[in-house]
Design a protein around this ligand. Structure first.
Ligand SMILES: *Cc1c(COP(=O)(O)O)cnc(C)c1O
Length: 386
């Protein structure tokens, strides 16, 4: 029996589910697999955050249904973070909403803002959730190609008028997954001007806002004058504090969008467990030296990978943010062929660029989520196989 809606029938299998199946088969066959595919940090959540969770777990008042919009303590710590990091003032009551991970909020924002047949403007390549959640809402997506020659920024002037007319939402994501591209505030100013001109709200996904290198700091789109009229920004504790499994994120910005999303959410979920929200608030409020430490580790790993790739003739400009290396495949391969070659010959998993959208063809993505020794080993095996 085909127990699924037509809507669900449009969704290809989750990218990492396919790769994980292959990985399991190779491990079963005794291969020492090195997985540079999925973007899940290997480093542990810092102990002070874990201790705070344990402490909050002792208080029975925390065991009740949480507040739909998130406990005030958590929303306040996000407002404080925005003021401290970006100089942006947020009203924690109306301009901040707690999420069960930012993925949850991104997926729910789409049916909040679009009707069947409406269009969503999506960066190509990008995080697959934007695209899939649009299909699940019976929407259409328009791929905005991110090209290296444009610093992986979309060219707003190339979007056809008839597409603009049907568009109800645009996604952006910097530091970017999978491209690792970063932008200056000038780009966000252009994006907000486009949003204002066409009445299309923007959702900026800032999952890697604090994963940055050397002297680069990532701007917030909410720093742009007037951005709160039409813009929201998604954030997450996942990548900054190695808390992917905790499922805690937020969205900040335009209060009407946030209100509408909270209506949808209050009919779908009931918020994240209060001790997790309180530990997340503590993560944001406490000393931030753990973030610097993590970033130094990623930066070191980054140079191992960049040097290794250079030795086989693949040259990549050093990224200023995210923990990904977005590299062109060698001459003579397409993305799928190269990734399959690497997996079969070396047991190293990397992600084919086309899995993130058609403009990802010709690239592959390496995630820096394993220690240096494993990265050296992976690079060594790839060198041998070329
Ligand atoms: C990891 C990631 C997310 C999801 O973060 P969660 O808060 O763990 O749901 C969102 N967007 C991008 C681009 C990501 O890489």
């Amino acid at each position: 029996m085909n127990y699924q809606s037509n809507r669900l029938g449009q969704i290809p299998p989750y990218l990492f589910a396919e790769i994980n199946k292959k990985k399991a088969a190779m491990i079963e066959a005794g291969v020492d697999v090195i997985d540079l595919g999925i973007g899940d940090p290997d480093l542990p959540t810092p102990p002070h955050i874990v201790e705070k969770l344990v402490e909050e777990m002792q208080d029975p008042a925390n065991f009740k249904y949480p507040s739909f919009i998130g406990c005030l303590e958590y929303r306040q710590s996000i407002a404080d973070f925005y003021l401290r990091q970006y100089g942006v003032e947020l009203d924690p009551e109306t301009e901040v909403l707690a999420l069960i991970g930012s993925k949850e909020g991104i997926a729910h924002l789409i049916p909040t803002l679009i009707d069947p047949g409406d269009t969503v403007l999506i960066p190509d390549p990008s995080y697959p959730v934007y695209r899939m959640a649009t299909l699940l809402a019976n929407g259409k997506y328009y791929d905005m190609p991110l090209l290296k020659e444009n610093n992986f920024e979309p060219d707003f002037s190339s979007i056809p008028q008839e597409v603009i007319k049907c568009s109800k939402l645009m996604f952006l994501n910097y530091p970017g997954n999978p491209t690792s591209a970063t932008v200056d505030i000038e780009f966000f100013q252009k994006a907000v001007a486009f949003s204002k001109e066409h009445g299309i709200p923007i959702a900026h996904d800032s999952a890697y806002n604090m994963v940055t290198y050397s002297d680069y700091t990532a701007p917030s789109i909410l720093q742009v004058e007037g951005s709160k009229n039409s813009t929201v920004e998604f954030g997450s504790l996942s990548k900054t504090y190695n808390m992917t499994g905790w499922r805690i994120g937020y969205v900040a910005g335009n209060k009407d969008i946030i209100k509408a999303l909270s209506v949808l959410k209050s009919n779908t979920d009931t918020g994240q467990f209060t001790p997790i929200q309180k530990a997340a608030a503590y993560a944001l409020d406490a000393d931030q030296s753990c973030v610097t430490t993590h970033n130094r580790i990623y930066e070191e790993r980054m140079s191992v990978v960049l040097e290794g790739l250079a030795s086989i003739g693949i040259n990549v400009d050093p990224p200023k943010g995210s923990f990904f290396v977005w590299a062109p495949v060698p001459e003579g391969y397409n993305s799928t062929e190269f990734v399959t070659h690497i997996l079969e010959e070396t047991g190293v998993i990397v992600t084919p660029g086309n899995a993130f959208g058609p403009s990802g063809e010709g690239y592959f993505r390496i995630s820096l989520s394993v220690p240096n020794t494993r990265l050296f080993e992976a690079i060594h095996r790839i060198q041998e196989s070329m």
